[in-house]
Design a protein around this ligand. Structure first.
Ligand code: IPM
Ligand code: MG
Length: 366
């Protein structure tokens, strides 16, 4: 082979279970590299609470520079009770929000599938959730997370807290484009979620989505739901959804809700793209109560690794990682979050090792 594909990977383990799940994900990525003939140059950098403790900054300049220079960023999780009382700007979460902005990662893709082997682990009836296959496309660098004015100020009658939900037309247009393009490669259906019956910003959202659809993607099926109704439909009939397009805050809430479908947040990966460098991270948080116990599920991090490979153009390797995860589950490996009554549970490491083993025995097409 003459090609020499080498990718620079910035690994940001972060807090809580972040380090242990990213360790397994990196192992799997290395195994994929070996199998599919590319090289990874992975370097590790502090973010979140770990970075705050080390340097007082949740996204130190060294980490920023490494992320900007990388081909992709793999992040674990940030946050924990130790930093809950920290002032704004000095919280682990600030590091993550700043990183998303720094990378221009305005499109957050959160796929939710319910593998047949796991339909029984869902808190919902298996026959309602089996076969669910949807992607939440969440706007990630705008909306109420970043809008100004914001803050807590002294009013005449006591303190007042303010945040502002705002979207420019151009911001709505570009995230809608991502959703329609994704739907064109899937089942051809977009559901845009807003609160246009109450919020002006949502009225504009709906107008812009409708006109992007009419002008550029008429072959895609589009419907609109209010966010409260969308929450209900996601639980009642998740299989009706293909691509769910929504704003930052609504997407944050709906993606945790959708995570109940496969029964565990520990399965859901995400990709944040749109700028030059993609950011890949599990949807779950730092789960401080699980940290260091070997009970964390590394599959969300591993599947985030698969999204990372896909984004780098290593589609065969990405597909092989997904197949290896599926066969690990088929073979009965369950971390405690997935184990049903009477089922034996395996450790974080054992789950990662099982995926690596299956990946290493994967057939590679010449
Ligand atoms: C997520 C998380 C983050 C968010 C937090 C940790 C800032 O909940 O990625 O969904 O709200 O975006
Ligand atoms: Mg969230």
């Amino acid at each position: 082979m003459t090609d020499n594909r080498t990718y620079r990977l910035a690994v940001l383990p972060g807090d809580g279970i972040g380090p242990e799940v990213t360790r397994e994900a990196v192992r799997v990525l290395e195994a994929a590299a070996g199998r599919f003939g590319f090289r990874l140059e992975a370097t590790t950098h502090p973010v979140g609470g770990a970075a705050l403790d080390a340097s007082g900054d949740p996204l130190p300049p060294e980490t920023q520079a490494a992320c900007r220079a990388a081909d992709a960023v793999l992040l674990g999780a940030v946050g924990g009770p130790a930093w809950d009382e920290a002032p704004p700007g000095r919280r682990p979460e600030d590091g993550l929000l700043r990183l998303r902005r720094l990378l221009g990662a305005f499109a957050n893709l959160r796929p939710v599938t319910v593998p047949a082997a796991l339909a029984g682990a869902s808190p919902l009836r298996p026959e309602r959730v089996a076969g669910t296959d949807l992607v939440i496309v969440r706007e990630l660098t705008g909306g109420i997370y970043f809008g100004t004015p914001r803050g807590i100020e002294q009013g005449p009658e006591g303190r007042r807290g303010v945040n502002t939900m705002r979207y420019d037309e151009a911001e709505i247009e570009r995230i809608a484009t991502v959703a329609f393009e994704l739907a064109a490669r899937r089942r051809g259906r977009v559901t845009s979620v807003d609160k246009a019956n109450v919020l002006d910003v949502s009225r504009l959202w709906r107008e812009v989505v409708t006109s992007v659809h009419r002008d550029r993607f008429p072959e895609i099926e589009l419907d609109h739901l209010y966010v409260d109704n969308a929450a209900m439909q996601l639980v009642r009939d998740p299989r009706r959804f293909d691509v769910v397009l929504t704003a930052n805050l609504f997407g944050d809430i709906l993606s945790d809700l959708a995570a109940t479908l496969p029964g565990s947040l520990g399965l859901l990966p995400s990709a944040s793209i749109g700028g030059g460098v993609g950011l890949f991270e599990p949807v779950h948080g730092s789960a401080p109560d699980l940290a260091g116990t070997g009970r964390a599920n590394p599959l969300a991090a591993i599947l985030s690794g698969a999204m990372l490979l896909e984004h780098l153009g290593e589609s065969d390797a990405a597909a092989a990682v997904r197949r290896a995860v599926a066969s690990t589950l088929d073979d009965g490996f369950r971390t405690p979050d997935l184990a049903g009554d009477g089922e034996a549970a395996c450790s974080t490491q054992a789950m990662g090792a099982a995926v690596c083993e299956r990946l290493e025995s994967t057939e590679v097409m010449a």
